[in-house]
Ligand binder design. Structure first.
Ligand code: PAF
Length: 290
C-alpha cells in the first residue's frame, strides 16, 4: 500500500487509474478504524481496483466544543489494517493541504443539513460535504463507500453527488455491530466500562421498535414514545433526539409509509452516540434493518 500525503500526487495516481479504464473505489475515513470501516473496505475491494482509503480528521466538521483534539488517532495501527486488507493507496493529507490559508468555499446541502444531527451540531454537515467533495475531486473514484450508521450523512452525500452531477456512485453499506448490538463507532472508545454496558440501550430501543413493527405497529408517535421509554429506563442516558422520518426528505412522519428511518442520538455520560433503524415498505409489508 502506498501512502500519499499530497493532493498533487493523489490526483496523478487517480488520473492514471481513470486513463487505464480501471474502476476505482474510495473509502473516506477519519481513522481509528474498526470493523465498520473495514466492511466498507471489503465492499470496495470486491467491486473496484484500485481501492483508495483516506484518513483525515476533518477539523471543519467539529464544533468548537466537540472532540477534535481528543478524537482517537491510531495512524500506524490503521495503516496495518488497510495494508492487510489489500488497499492499494492511503491518502493521508495534512489539514493545511486540504484547507490552505485563504480557503473560503463551502458546500451546503440545504434542507437536509439543518435538522437532526445538524440541529444539535450546527455547521457539522457543511464541514462533511465540503471535505467529501474535495476528497472526491482529488481521488476521482467511480464508487465511494459510506456506512449507514451515519444515515443522515449518507443521505446528504447522495444528494450532493446528484445535485453536483458528480462522476462517483455513492454506495451505502449496512451498519456493523458488536455482538451485543452496539453499532461500531470510533467514539465507542470513549466509553467507561459502565457506560459501555449502558450503551447497548440504543440497540435495544431500536430492536424493540423493530419487533413492534413486525407485530403490525405503524404509528410513528407510538413507536418513538416506546423508543424513548426504553432509553429513559437506562439511568446513564441523556436523549438528544428520537425521530421517525422519511428516508428521503428526513422530515418527520406520523405513520410508516415507503422508506423511513428511526433515528436517535443519545449521550451516555459525556459520549454522544447515534444509531438508526431502516424501515422499508415492500408490497405493503415492512422490512426492517438494524
Ligand atoms: O464518516 C466519517 O468518518 C466522516 O464524516 C467522513 C465521511 C470521512 C468525512 O470526514
Amino acid at each position: 500500500m502506498e501512502i500519499i500525503h499530497t493532493i498533487e500526487w493523489m490526483k496523478q495516481v487517480s488520473r492514471q487509474a481513470r486513463l487505464e479504464g480501471r474502476v476505482s473505489g474510495f473509502v473516506p475515513t477519519m481513522g481509528a478504524l474498526h470493523e465498520g470501516h473495514m466492511s466498507l473496505v471489503r465492499a470496495a475491494l470486491a467491486e473496484c481496483r484500485p481501492v483508495v482509503a483516506s484518513i483525515f480528521v476533518n477539523p471543519t466538521q467539529f464544533g468548537p466544543n466537540e472532540d477534535l483534539q481528543k478524537y482517537p488517532r491510531t495512524f500506524n495501527e490503521d495503516c496495518g489494517k488497510l495494508e492487510n486488507a489489500g488497499v492499494d493507496y492511503l491518502f493521508a493529507p495534512e489539514a493545511g493541504e486540504i484547507y490552505p490559508p485563504g480557503f473560503r468555499t463551502w458546500v451546503n446541502v440545504e434542507g437536509l443539513s439543518e435538522r437532526l444531527e445538524g440541529k444539535s451540531r450546527p455547521g457539522h454537515f457543511r464541514g462533511v460535504t465540503t471535505v467529501v467533495l474535495k476528497l472526491l475531486e482529488i481521488v476521482q473514484p467511480h464508487k465511494a463507500y459510506f456506512g449507514r450508521k451515519d444515515a443522515q450523512q449518507a443521505r446528504i452525500i447522495r444528494q450532493m453527488a446528484s445535485d453536483l452531477h458528480l462522476d462517483t456512485e455513492i454506495v451505502v453499506c449496512p451498519v456493523v455491530r458488536e455482538t451485543d448490538g452496539l453499532a461500531m463507532s470510533s467514539r465507542n472508545a470513549y466509553l467507561q466500562q459502565d457506560e459501555r454496558r449502558a450503551a447497548t440501550v440504543l440497540y435495544r430501543a431500536l430492536d424493540g421498535a423493530r419487533q413492534s413493527i413486525a407485530r403490525g405497529e405503524r404509528d410513528a408517535l407510538r413507536l418513538t414514545a416506546a423508543i424513548r421509554e426504553t432509553l429513559r429506563a437506562e439511568p446513564l442516558t441523556n436523549i438528544d433526539y428520537v425521530q421517525l422520518v422519511d428516508a428521503k426528505t428526513l422530515e418527520p412522519v406520523t405513520r410508516l409509509r415507503g422508506a423511513c428511518l428511526a433515528l436517535l442520538a443519545v449521550k451516555i455520560g459525556a459520549t454522544r452516540l447515534i444509531d438508526n433503524l431502516l424501515i422499508e415498505e415492500r408490497a405493503g409489508e415492512f422490512d426492517t434493518n438494524l
